[in-house]
Design a protein around this ligand. Sequence first.
Ligand SMILES: [Zn+2]
Length: 289
Amino acid sequence: MLYTDKIIHYTSEERIRVSVALTKNITEAVRKCHKLSPVAAAALGRTMTGALLLAGDYKNHEGVSIRIKGDGPLGAIYADAFDTNKVRGYVDNPIIDIPLKENGKLDVGKAVGQGQVTVTRFTPEKTTYTSQSNLVTGEIAEDLAYYLYTSEQIPSTISLGVLVDRDYSIAASGGFLVQALPGADDEKLAQVEANISNIGAITTYLSNHIDGEGLIECILEGLHYKELYRQNLHWQCTCSQQRIESVLLSLSDADKQELLKDPQVEMTCHYCGKKYVISQKELQHLYNC
Ligand SMILES: [Zn+2]
């Protein structure tokens, strides 16, 4: 079977919702684009997967932006999920390298450090809601679950994982989000928690089951559930010449005058690395001078 990145949403009669995201291709694409070190690839892959899972949990929302700002060497991590199945992201310091943990795993928590996670949700009416919570471990999954609980009052379990191969390519990437809907049975929730701990590390599971097969059966074992819908996932940017022009138009008059002195203005998109070049003539035209 040909592998594709995807998100699958499930619901159970016991009022528990689960979303499973498979993001190997997306994390590999962003790793190559930003030349990410293994720990940076793990941190950004987890955050982008988390953004897709959070974006999918309300159908009436247009998108989610996550910013994880810790005091570790990685700097800030940014991820935007939009149209329910597209994502982009970057980190401040893509090439940092830090020692592995004693168990041989990448130390994302240390690379991120202590700080805050900020989540902004966009509605179709263009309203935005932004909330913040403290980072718990810097390992991303626990931080997002804590955010959902403290800021949105949604009891959730999140698991996120990225496995980096010896040649630094991405061997596995993905995760899942489990949410208790109002009225969910405590006993069934405890069963799901026990099921999840039986799964073990998500990276190990996904490296053995590249298409995530069998994962939902493990998470919701003993419950009555059905698939709601599934979508393929894509790494995509929202930058364009028009957006660059609107940034240039929003500058102060003093900054505009400064830019007009240059023979051309070069701007590079942080998210996808695309370079935009605006000639002095084009800039004069844009500024009506
Ligand atoms: Zn871009």
